[in-house]
Design a protein around this ligand. Structure first.
Ligand code: SF4
Length: 120
C-alpha cells in the first residue's frame, strides 16, 4: 500500500506530465494539489534530488519563485518497459560467461530472441 507522500508524489508527477514543457509556478502547484507550501516543498525537493523534476528560479510579480517541470530522469523512468524485469538474462545461469567464454551471446541467443519475439 502506498503512503500519503508517495500518493502525492505520483499526483504531482502526473500533473506535471499533463502540463508539459512550460511547467507551472510552484504556488500554482500547491493550489492544484490542494496542499500547503510546507508539505509541497518537501515533496518537490525530494523529487528534485531524484532528478524526476526541475525547478527554475524566476521573478514573478516582483517576487522570487520557481517554475516546476518534469526532470530528465522522469522520462528515462517512463520509457523503461514494465516487462523489463522478465528479460531471460536476469534468470540465466550462463549470464557471467555469455558472449565471452561461450559461443552464445545476446545476438544469437535462442532464449533471448524468443523472448524478444514475444513467444510464450
Ligand atoms: S543472452 Fe541468452 S545466454 Fe546470454 S545471458 Fe541472456 S539468456 Fe543467457
Amino acid at each position: 500500500m502506498s503512503s500519503v507522500p508517495e500518493i502525492l508524489e505520483r499526483r504531482l508527477l502526473k500533473l506535471l506530465s499533463k502540463i508539459g514543457d512550460e511547467g507551472i509556478l510552484q504556488k500554482e502547484l500547491w493550489k492544484k494539489l490542494n496542499i500547503d507550501s510546507r508539505k509541497g516543498i518537501k515533496i518537490v525537493r525530494r523529487l528534485e534530488k531524484q532528478g524526476l523534476l526541475t525547478r527554475q528560479s524566476i521573478i514573478h510579480r516582483g517576487r522570487k519563485t520557481y517554475i516546476v517541470k518534469l526532470g530528465p530522469k522522469y522520462y528515462v523512468k517512463k520509457t523503461i518497459p514494465s516487462d523489463v524485469v522478465n528479460v531471460p538474462c536476469f534468470f540465466c545461469n550462463l549470464l557471467e560467461d555469455c558472449g565471452e567464454k561461450i559461443s552464445v551471446n545476446p545476438i544469437n541467443c535462442p532464449k533471448l530472441n524468443s523472448w524478444l519475439a514475444g513467444d510464450p
